[in-house]
Ligand binder design. Sequence first.
Ligand code: NCD
Ligand code: ZN
Length: 343
Amino acid sequence: MDSISITQPDDWHLHLRDDDYMRAVLAHSAQRFARAVIMPNLKPPVTTVEAAQGYRDRILAALPAGSSFEPLMTLYLTDNMRPAHIRAARASGFVHAVKYYPAGATTNSDSGVTDITRCFDTLEAVADAGMPLLIHGEVTDPSVDVFDRERVFIERTLGMLVQRLSHLRIVLEHITTAEAVAFVRSAPDNVAATITAHHLLLNRNAIFQGGVRPHHYCLPVLKRETHRQALLGAAISGSPKFFLGTDSAPHARHTKENDCGCAGMYTAHAGIELYAEAFDQAGALNRLEGFASHHGADFYRLPRNPRRITLRRRPWPVPQDFAYGEHRLVPLRAGGEIGWSID
Ligand code: NCD
Ligand code: ZN
């Protein structure tokens, strides 16, 4: 198959940052995806409906002329969030989910949740509002090996959450392990997961290819090949529990090429094309549409997109970097080639 036409996809996990940085990256996503779930880990985090509205307005104002891209806003769960905040979020009509970062787990997660068992009344309100809870599923316990943090989160926290809040819809975000795939598969239908393109295409050797590669460092960190195979198996399985979330996470070049480099890969410049590569390599292009364009919308109870896009097997060169406010941004595959293009 050298071309494939699919329903226009959505990105169910995207970091756009704000202001000049947001304006530098937004078009890449808007050219490909009809909608995207916008992560709330700004500085300060998006913890109120008012902040989400302001952020949404800035995104809409920055869209290229004629774009109908729709940002689906999220609220950042904190220890102090109350059920009333959740009800206000639901009533807004533009907040579509609540994001749970264990405090300290990743970029700008300092205000995240310190003890999820103290949030149960708020989580009940999330469930009653019919909004998904999006989970960064890693423990922050420094004694746990960085490659085990997702597995241990599932063991220590996620199983308990799914049992205690059986009517809460949960998306385990950017899963990276065979254990996460197994957990989501065997959980009830209210539990789903997003998978990034980079976790489908790369294993942890990519972090150390001939030297340390800061642009291949993200969280959750890349895992060994057996886990990549498990993720690929889930993505191409046709199961509606697995769907696309790029986790495109821009950071200025100097903050990644640093003696304490930031976590995050920038993939929005090829947000759907990289998935086409992964599905093509697995001989499963026929499963791309469900994963990229149907399962997420169905889980979020939003209509599937009416438009279609066409992807072609037509390689294109990736720039070394992009302008990013006053800085530069290094995309995945910088200076290399992407095998698929969109019309
Ligand atoms: C994300 C970021 O930079 O905001 N980084 C990452 O490595 N994925 C945060 C996140 O989603 O964990
Ligand atoms: Zn993310």
